[in-house]
Design a protein around this ligand. Structure first.
Ligand code: AMP
Length: 184
């Protein structure tokens, strides 16, 4: 099972990703988490990524694509993965197409939809370093301008599942699993 999850910051991608990756026994690969790990460990990649992520901007595609390509070569992805936070730009989507092993495809793209008012409310209480109001607004704008159109690219392929990301965690999980099963 190969899944992507899309959604603006605060949409609940992290929460649902943990549940869904467990449900399908696939690794949860979050580019945000990978970057935060690199930043914490002060790696070359982390040093490069830090100024972008702190400013709420996207890390350049070449850096991000290479990090994901390396991760997808690891053995635990052989039977699938849930990619969280990637691709976020058209060029990343193209890169992902090239990275996919022969004979494999993306089964479904989960498009988490949450009203902006609700997102601002959730993010202002989360307390992460990049959750300052001005940074939040920038991340929401970048999501709207750059990543949302990408969701439409996957809708065109017939694999986009719109998930209403408001309600109980269980309800949202059920929407996701029902949707994924309907595409199998
Ligand atoms: P997230 O936890 O997904 O909100 O990601 C946190 C930060 O990591 C983002 O604001 C970006 O700076 C960076 N990041 C995560 N995923 C990507 C990506 N696919 N492309 C570029 N930058 C990314």
């Amino acid at each position: 099972m190969r899944l992507l999850i899309f959604g603006p910051p605060g949409a609940g991608k992290g929460t649902q990703s943990l549940i869904i990756s467990k449900h399908y026994s696939i690794p949860h690969i979050s580019t945000g988490d990978l970057f935060r790990e690199h930043i914490q460990n002060n790696t070359q990649l982390g040093i490069e990524a830090k100024r972008y992520s702190e400013a709420g901007e996207l890390v350049p595609d070449v850096v991000t694509n290479e990090m994901v390509r390396t991760r997808l070569l690891q053995a635990d992805t052989a039977h699938g993965f849930l990619l969280d936070g990637f691709p976020r730009t058209p060029s990343q989507a193209e890169a992902l197409n090239v990275m996919m092993p022969d004979g494999t495809h993306i089964h479904a793209v989960l498009n988490m939809i949450v009203p902006e008012e609700e997102l601002l409310k959730r993010l202002s209480t989360r307390g992460r370093q990049d959750d300052e109001l001005e940074t939040i607004r920038r991340r929401l704008r970048i999501y709207h301008d750059t990543t949302e159109p990408l969701a439409e690219y996957y809708r065109g392929k017939g694999i986009l599942l719109d998930i209403i990301g408001v309600g109980t965690i269980e309800d949202i999980t059920k929407q996701i699993i029902d949707g994924v099963e309907s595409l199998r």
